[in-house]
Structure formats: C-alpha cells, structure tokens
Design a binder for this molecule. Structure first.
Ligand code: PLP
Length: 362
C-alpha cells in the first residue's frame, strides 16, 4: 500500500549541517563556520544547560509542573492569560496547532512568497490549500496593500515580521490594517520568530482588542535553544479552550520547559545575542561588496546576482563552502540570486565578509 497522495507536499529544506558538509568535503568540522540556519552563535544560556543537566535524572516522568510553570512565565512576560499560551514542539509545532484549530478540509491559507516553507506544509498536512502573496521587488516591502490586494477570503493569513529570508518587518499599523480589512473569520498569524532582534513593536498589543490575531514566538533563535524544540503561539482569549482539543499530549518536553524557564531568566544572554546580531547585520551591510537588504533579524539577505549571474546563489554557496563558510542558498525560497547569511560572533561575521567578498570578486 501507499501513503495518501503527497504530491503537493514538499519536503522542508533546512540549512546544511556542519557534520554533513565536513563529511562531503573531507575536512574537520571545527574548520567550518556555519551561518546558514539563523542559530544563536553564542549557543544556549549557561543557565539552560545547567537546568537540562539538573532535570535529566527525572525524565522518566511525564512533564506536568514544568509545562504549567513555563506557560505561567510566558503569560507573565506577555501580560496575558496562561490559557492564551500554546506551548509546542518548536514554533513549527505551534503552527501545526493553529492549523489544526482553524482549518476545515479545503480551506485555504495565504502565505508569503518568498517566505518560510512550513506555513504551507502545515496547512497541507491539515487538508488545507495554499495561496501565495508575492512580495514585490526590488525591496520586498511588507505593507498592508501588498497583502490585501492579493487576499481572497483565506482562512489564515501568515505575516512574518521580521521576515525570513528578507529581514523586513510589518509595522504594527500594517498588521492592524490587515486584521481589520480581512474577514472576521480570517486569522492573522504574525510570526515573530525573530522578534527579539527587531526594533518594530510586537503585534501582541493587538490581541487586547481583537480576536483574529495570533502571534508566534520561539526559543530557537535569540534564546539559543533550537535543538531542544520549543516555541509557542499566543492566541485570542476566546480561543483558549481549543488548545486542550488540538495539542499533542505533553506538547513540550520536560527538558525543553526547564531549559526555556532558565533561558527566560537569563536576560544578559539574550541582550548579548541581540547586540551581536545588531552589530553584525550593520557590519555586513557596510562591508559586503553586494547589495544587502535592511534586516531586523539575526541574518541578512544578500543579492549576489550582479556579481555572479542568475544562478548566483548556488555558485556563491558552493564556492564559500569550499572556503569553509556555510551560508544559505536561497534558491529554495525562490530567490536563485540571493544568499542569506546568519549573524555570527564578531569573529565569524568578519570572516564571512572576507570569504564572501573574495568569492564575489572572482
Ligand atoms: C526559525 C523560524 C521559526 C520557528 O522555528 P522553530 O525552530 O520551529 O521554533 C518560525 N518561523 C520562521 C520564519 C523561522 O525562521
């Protein structure tokens, strides 16, 4: 027998891992710099590591208190009811819960192009259809008009702010206009996976007066916990009951919850991470010999097409990799002329600029 018809489903393409690339090139992983997956170059908070070690002996039990404690801490941080916090296995897991809670078979969602692949994947898993709104060149501006002019009563509209892979943001006004102008039954999901790095205000305040906006947050980026898989959605008050009906039992693990709690208490680590990213994105904008889009995230999108032609991303990716630098080829985002470079430590970022400028000059 066969699984159901999955021909419309596309596999998620993650940035390449260090071990994988090291094996291919036959080099020591320690000689490679990976700036391909927007991970935190400072690693996790030392407090999170300690919490994981302290929790390890107890992991024969199902998580109970830890889940409630983390939910309470997040509710406190965002000044909302704990029932509005939907913890999940990564931000991606929270996207699944939102899809489960909204989509009837055949409902359509509206996703950005270029954009984060998982919105559409998650909708398809839940028997939804996917429509796209195109961000317009040359600057991929994120504004209400762009979304509304391509909106056709979809059930869910995804906004990514800061946007992956461009780094741009939707203003709070733009999000509010989109929520107000779309149908009452359209949920606007504001994905703030990179929110900590941004100057633009979170859409959280809109939930005080609206029941059609949800926000998505993750511990994978500024908190440096990508490997533990922890994220959450904040949903309208009216939706609170739905979580118990859609979540996978024990949605976030004991280790994840304890690590998350410890990471939330370590302000210094988050501040350092954000400051490094702010420095690095400006440095790359100033120093790279190719157009760099303005970014409020921990990465920049670089247009390498002038230097290296229309298949530029694949070429630059390959050549940089041979020099020990792994960046993200944005061909899979529909941008064959661009690469995305994660903000590294100061040393890694300087090295990335040196390598990329060398490659671009060929
Ligand atoms: C990284 C990311 C997420 C969430 O990732 P998780 O690791 O699943 O928490 C969500 N949206 C965007 C746009 C991202 O880049």
């Amino acid at each position: 027998m066969q699984p159901r018809d999955l021909s419309a489903h596309v596999a998620y393409q993650a940035g390449r891992g260090i071990e994988e690339v090291a094996r291919d090139l036959g080099v020591d992983p320690a000689t490679l710099t990976k700036l391909a997956s927007n991970e935190n170059p400072h690693g996790p908070s030392p407090d999170a590591i300690e919490a994981i070690q302290d929790t390890a002996p107890g992991i024969s039990s199902y998580p109970k208190a830890a889940h409630a404690d983390l939910t309470a801490a997040i509710a406190d941080r965002w000044d909302c009811d704990p029932a509005q916090v939907w913890l999940a296995n990564g931000g991606d897991g929270a996207l699944d819960y939102l899809a489960r809670a909204t989509l009837e078979p055949g409902d359509t969602v509206l996703v950005p192009n270029p954009g984060f692949a998982y919105y559409g994947m998650s909708a398809r898993f839940h028997h939804g259809d996917v429509a796209e709104y195109d961000l317009s060149r040359p600057d991929f501006a994120l504004d209400a008009e762009t979304v509304l002019s391509q909106y056709d009563d979809e059930r869910v509209v995804y906004l990514t702010s800061p946007h992956n892979p461009t780094g741009g943001t939707f203003s709070l006004d733009a999000v509010e206009t989109i929520a107000a102008e779309t149908d009452d039954d359209t949920l606007v999901v504001v994905d703030e996976a990179y929110g900590e790095y941004a100057e633009t205000e979170s859409a959280r305040t809109l939930l005080d007066d609206r029941d059609d906006v949800a926000i998505l947050r993750t511990f994978s980026k500024a908190y440096g916990l990508a490997g533990i898989r922890l994220g959450y959605a904040i949903v309208p008050e009216e939706w609170a009951d739905a979580y118990a009906r859609v979540n996978t039992p024990f949605a976030a693990s004991e280790l994840a919850c304890r690590a998350g709690l410890a990471a939330m208490d370590d302000d210094e680590h988050v501040e350092k991470s954000v400051e490094t990213a702010q420095w690095a994105r400006e440095y790359m904008r100033d120093e790279l010999d190719a157009p760099v889009f303005e970014s409020e995230g921990n990465f920049v999108l670089v247009d390498v097409s002038d230097a290296r032609g229309s298949e530029a991303a694949a070429t630059v990716f390959e050549e940089a990799q041979r020099e020990g630098l792994i960046v993200r080829d944005c061909t899979s985002f529909g941008l064959p002329g661009c690469v995305r470079v994660t903000c590294g430590t100061e040393e890694e970022t300087r090295e990335a600029v040196t390598v990329l400028n060398e490659v671009l000059s060929r």
